[in-house]
Design a protein around this ligand. Structure first.
Ligand SMILES: [Fe+2]
Length: 249
């Protein structure tokens, strides 16, 4: 695995104006802010409730996207600032896939990597989605499958004129369904900063105890691991994390 100490910020070329990349300074300050607050905070975790329904229309639409017998389909979750939306398709045998869509000029709000899981983007619609994986640019089009290996930095944006649509899987799955649901619930509820990134305190609170660990590419990994462990300890003790990071900055 890479040594992420002192990782340089990616340079985004002028041909990709719609990408918004968090600066190292801002991210680090936010994370340090959380890490400090986590040490002194005392709050309890709110119960998470998924937005699941079983509309006939959703089942019909999703049956075209997956090759398993559908148990239920969630409502769409939105991140209004990034132009992303997602819904979750659940099979009767515990299968799970994301129906992920990005509006034209929409974008993934921060470069990140998944520690132990590959992420597979199976593109079902769209013509010009730019995925940057470990700094290398890939242009995804309808019919293509792009796999992001475990540990690889990735970020992307829709440079096309139509909505991009992907069926997304994590391999191994682990508890990726919970990661996806909790991440998107925070975004859907509007707890995001000016770039569409979810509130860090809330994100840690909701995901610190999951196996599907996701890390910001611009924050040293040991610092993120320490924050996760601190958050998990607070959660286990029945305490709540202060949501100290600004959602407007
Ligand atoms: Fe990812």
């Amino acid at each position: 695995m890479k040594d992420r100490q002192g990782l340089a910020q990616r340079i985004i070329t002028p041909e990709e104006p719609s990408i918004v990349v968090p600066t190292l300074d801002l991210s680090r300050r936010g994370f340090l802010g959380f890490a400090s607050a986590a040490a002194i905070a005392g709050l309890s975790s709110p119960a998470y409730a998924g937005l699941v329904r079983n509309s006939t229309q959703a089942l019909l639409e999703c049956s075209k996207l997956v090759n398993f017998e559908i148990e239920k389909v969630s409502e769409f979750f939105f991140d209004q600032k990034t132009g992303e939306k997602i819904r979750f398709i659940y099979g009767k045998k515990g299968e799970f896939r994301g129906d992920y869509r990005v509006l034209p000029k929409g974008f993934i709000p921060f470069e990140h990597y998944h520690k132990v899981q590959s992420e597979v983007f199976d593109m079902r619609a769209g013509s010009n989605f730019i995925l940057r994986i470990d700094g290398k640019k890939h242009v995804a089009k309808k019919g293509m499958t792009v796999t992001v290996p475990a540990g690889a930095d990735h970020i992307g944006h829709n440079a096309g004129t139509e909505e991009a649509q992907f069926v997304v899987d994590f391999l191994p799955k682990l508890d990726a369904d919970l990661l996806f649901e909790r991440y998107w619930k925070i975004c859907n509820d509007g707890h995001v900063d000016a770039h569409g990134r979810p509130n860090l305190g809330r994100l840690l609170e909701e995901t610190c105890d999951l196996k599907s660990a996701t890390y910001n590419s611009h924050i040293p990994e040991p610092l993120q691991v320490a924050a996760r462990e601190a958050a998990a300890a607070l959660k286990k003790a029945g305490k709540k994390i202060e949501h100290c990071v600004s959602e407007n900055g």
